[in-house]
Design a protein around this ligand. Structure first.
Ligand code: SAM
Length: 255
């Protein structure tokens, strides 16, 4: 796995990224979850800032946010939102002084492919003692509706080694091996959204699942095509399902 995996895909999907991922409502929700865990008097480093949509919501709540990302396509939008506080950088090689960061966040970064060990090496290096790294995983809890079953199977088949898993079971041991303490999950927030099987099938073709899968190329294309067919074969494929999940924040601290 390379540190830059998936970034070309993010360049390609950048123009439609925000709208296809819940837009401002998702970003505001994440900001509401993160804000109580952040000190408003200290700057925040957003690693994998993307289009800056979450960072902008934190900024609106009084935080000063700096953002790093590898995708220039995503960063172009972040630059509009955050101005010159964003830069192109690899989460696995942060251009930041050792021991200089009090608080860092990543939302929906670690499932996209960067090597988890390398990211936590860097986070452990740049945090100052007492500093925190707050992570909102993409995994959350999986919706249990019929779309969720079909899409969950796709995710498992594209990632048989679970390298995209970004929950506490995967990340806590990696962080603790680097001297960080996992303080647990905070700010749990149930969410629900509506999507029909047909809309989900369309999103799959549009690159909904980006990141570093063990299965790529034709193999991945075939699996996605099969999944589309299964989604369209579900009963009432045009009727939206209410999909229930919960997002939470993982808190890592440097003692
Ligand atoms: C799913 S998006 C999430 C963006 C943003 N945090 C949000 O919640 O809207 C993942 C982002 O991580 C970035 N990314 C992936 N690997 C990276 C790496 N090694 N270093 C920096 N950014 C990376 C991608 O370019 C993309 O912008």
């Amino acid at each position: 796995m390379t540190s830059a995996s998936g970034t070309a895909e993010f360049d390609a999907i950048a123009p439609g990224y925000d709208a296809s991922r819940g837009g401002t409502a998702r970003a505001a929700g994440f900001a509401e979850q993160l804000a109580p865990l952040l000190d408003p008097g200290l700057p925040v480093l957003d690693i994998g800032v993307g289009t800056g949509i979450v960072a902008a919501e934190l900024t609106a709540r009084g935080h000063v946010v700096y953002g790093l990302d590898l995708s220039t396509g995503m960063l172009a939008r972040a630059l509009e939102r955050l101005g010159p506080r964003v830069a192109v950088a690899d989460a696995c090689r942060l251009p930041v002084r050792t021991g200089s960061v009090s608080q860092a966040v990543s939302t929906w970064l670690l499932h996209t492919g960067p090597d988890h060990g390398m990211v936590f090496d860097e986070v452990a290096r740049v945090l100052r003692p007492g500093g925190r790294y707050l992570v909102i995983p993409a995994g959350g809890t999986r919706p249990a509706d019929d779309i969720g079953v079909v899409v969950g199977e796709l995710e498992d088949r594209l990632d048989p080694l679970r390298t995209r898993q970004d929950g506490p079971r995967t990340l806590a041991p990696i962080a603790e091996a680097r001297g960080l303490v996992y303080r647990g999950a905070a700010s749990e927030r149930p969410t629900a959204f509506r999507v029909s099987p047909r809309a989900m099938a369309r999103s799959l073709s549009g690159g909904l699942f980006t990141g570093a899968w063990s299965v790529t190329g034709d193999g991945a294309t075939r699996l996605v095509a099969e999944t589309r067919e299964r989604l369209l074969a579900l009963p009432d494929p045009d009727v939206p399902r209410v999909r229930e999940m919960a997002d939470f924040v993982m808190v890592f601290e440097k003692p």
